[in-house]
Design a protein around this ligand. Structure first.
Ligand code: NAD
Length: 479
């Protein structure tokens, strides 16, 4: 069985902790690898290595830093099948989607490398004679990236690519549920000649390693992707040194389906937004609001489509739509939420249980619920699984109000063929992202940023890259 070590200052080292983290294949419940449990000392060593490496890294012309990002993309592409299989095994992502994640991650490094010649400052007119006001964009220093288990490889790249191209060095903490693909990548980095300390990977618990990385005075910016609870802990730890945070947290995305929607498009988009990675995606449709006059027809079609979803082992079921949930904790949480909703009066139209054909693994059937109330847990709390409650609305104003009635503000969508409905919804929805007549899924050149408790700051595109830059203003007077 493979044993992974921490990657600090260009060396693979076993942590001094005696315990190891065991990584399971969720489909088989078998241990597939171990990793040494990182400690606070490992976290601090990684930060010191990143701090020592940063001035020389910043001094490299951006185009030379970009060359390393292109090499990272190249090693990913050269090992794309192996990496996809590793990803699929450690967190039960169906192999086709795992391959997409690996390929998009390579693209992400190339995309960010493209900013090398485009990171710009400004020169502003001064009110004084013989003076220019210069705005310079400079790296913050050491960036910490804390990753979730759901898109572990891609989210790692979101943090690494943007921090390195802007001249920061980086310490990444993978999720203990799914560190394998990231640790394999660390092995490949050894081959590209990246200077020691520029990129470090420390795996361990959030409350120890994550906390140490968040509260260190060395850390210049912490970018966390994870739950609201973890975000709150990171903000608290960051408060000690007033460290900048960029938080991509949970969501409770509404999908609004108007009577004039293209019904087939809406059904297909909502199902694909729910089934992708078994609904364990932050921007997944988490609740659907359907206009009264088409409600029955829509629910019939949605239920039919959801009951056709195929579930298989992630690695071998090459044509499957979805697979196991990531862990027993996820399975227990989702089952409990559905049972609670049923007690509150929800009706299960399809799913609502584990599929009978599997005698092991953490599988759960795609589920449609109706008869839920707006203030119920299933409508208010993030499920993060293949469970979709459907509700009715009479007016678009009502649908927008119900959509906004949440503590989250990540993604949302509207299905309509009417320009006025679309404009009203895109302006009235209080979410960082709104999709019009398509499934929920973002692009690398966009800007993925949650409002309200879904986060602060954001990732992707120009604005995501700029998260990793300080602005220095120079008032230059001459005679
Ligand atoms: P999680 O919050 O349990 O863990 C995320 C990371 O935070 C892990 O690496 C964990 O070890 C770390 N962590 C936990 N406690 C910490 C602490 N006290 N200090 C520092 N780090 C700590 O989340 P998860 O279960 O891995 O992922 C699921 C959640 O992530 C969902 O809520 C989902 O919506 C969210 N998510 C959001 C986005 C987005 O872009 N907005 C993307 C993916 C996932």
């Amino acid at each position: 069985m493979k044993h992974y070590k921490q990657y600090i200052n260009g060396q693979f080292i076993d942590s001094k902790a005696t315990s190891v983290i065991e990584i399971l294949n969720p489909c088989t419940e078998q241990v597939i690898s171990t990793i040494s449990t990182g400690t606070v000392e490992d976290a601090n060593n990684a930060l010191e290595a990143a701090q020592a490496a940063q001035p020389a890294w910043e001094a490299l012309p951006a185009i030379q830093r970009a060359a390393f990002l292109h090499k990272m993309a190249d090693v990913i592409r050269a090992n794309r099948v192996f990496l996809a299989e590793t990803l699929s095994k450690e967190q039960a992502k169906v192999i086709g989607l795992a391959q997409v994640e690996i390929d998009v991650t390579a693209d992400y490094f190339d995309y960010n490398a493209g900013w090398a010649r485009r990171i710009e400052g400004e020169i502003i007119q001064s009110d004084r004679e013989k003076e220019h006001i210069y705005l310079h964009k400079v790296p913050i220093g050491v960036a910490v990236g804390i990753c979730p288990w759901n898109f572990p490889f891609f989210v790692m790249a979101r943090k690494v690519a943007a921090s390195l191209i802007t001249g920061n060095t980086c310490v990444i903490k993978p999720s203990s549920e799914a560190p394998n693909t990231i640790m394999e990548f660390a092995d490949f980095i050894q081959t590209i000649g990246l200077p020691n300390g520029v990129l470090n990977f420390v795996c361990g618990a959030g409350r120890t390693v994550g906390n140490a990385l968040s509260k260190s005075p060395i850390t210049g910016i912490i970018s966390l992707t994870g739950s609201v609870g973890a975000g709150q802990k990171v903000i608290t730890a960051a408060a000690e040194n007033i460290t900048k945070v960029s938080l991509e947290l949970g969501g409770k995305a509404p999908a609004i389906v108007c009577a004039d929607a293209n019904m087939e498009l809406a059904v297909n988009s909502v199902v694909s937004s729910k089934v992708i990675f078994s609904g364990q995606v932050c921007n997944c449709a988490e609740r659907v609001y359907v206009e009264d006059s088409i409600y029955d027809e829509f629910v019939d079609k949605l239920t039919k489509k959801m009951s056709q979803v195929t579930i298989e082992d992630a690695l071998t079921g090459v044509n499957a739509d979805m697979s196991s949930l990531v862990s027993k904790d996820q399975l227990d949480k989702i089952s409990e939420m559905v049972e609670f909703a049923k007690k509150e009066g929800a009706e299960v139209l399809v799913g609502g249980k584990r599929p009978e054909k599997f005698d092991r693994g953490y599988f759960y059937e795609p589920t449609i619920l109706t008869n839920c109330s707006q203030d119920s847990r299933i409508i208010q709390e993030e499920v993060f699984g293949p469970v979709l409650p459907v509700m009715k609305f009479n007016t678009l104003d009502e649908a927008i109000a119900m959509s906004n009635d949440t503590e989250f503000g990540l993604t949302s969508s509207i299905f309509s063929e009417n320009f006025n409905n679309i404009m009203k919804a895109t302006n009235g929805l209080h979410f960082g992202e709104t999709y019009v007549n398509r499934e929920h899924f973002e692009a690398i050149q966009g800007f993925h940023a949650g409002w309200k408790k879904s986060g602060v700051g954001g990732a992707d595109g120009k604005h995501g890259m700029e998260e990793y830059l300080h602005t220095r203003v120079v008032y230059a007077k001459y005679y």
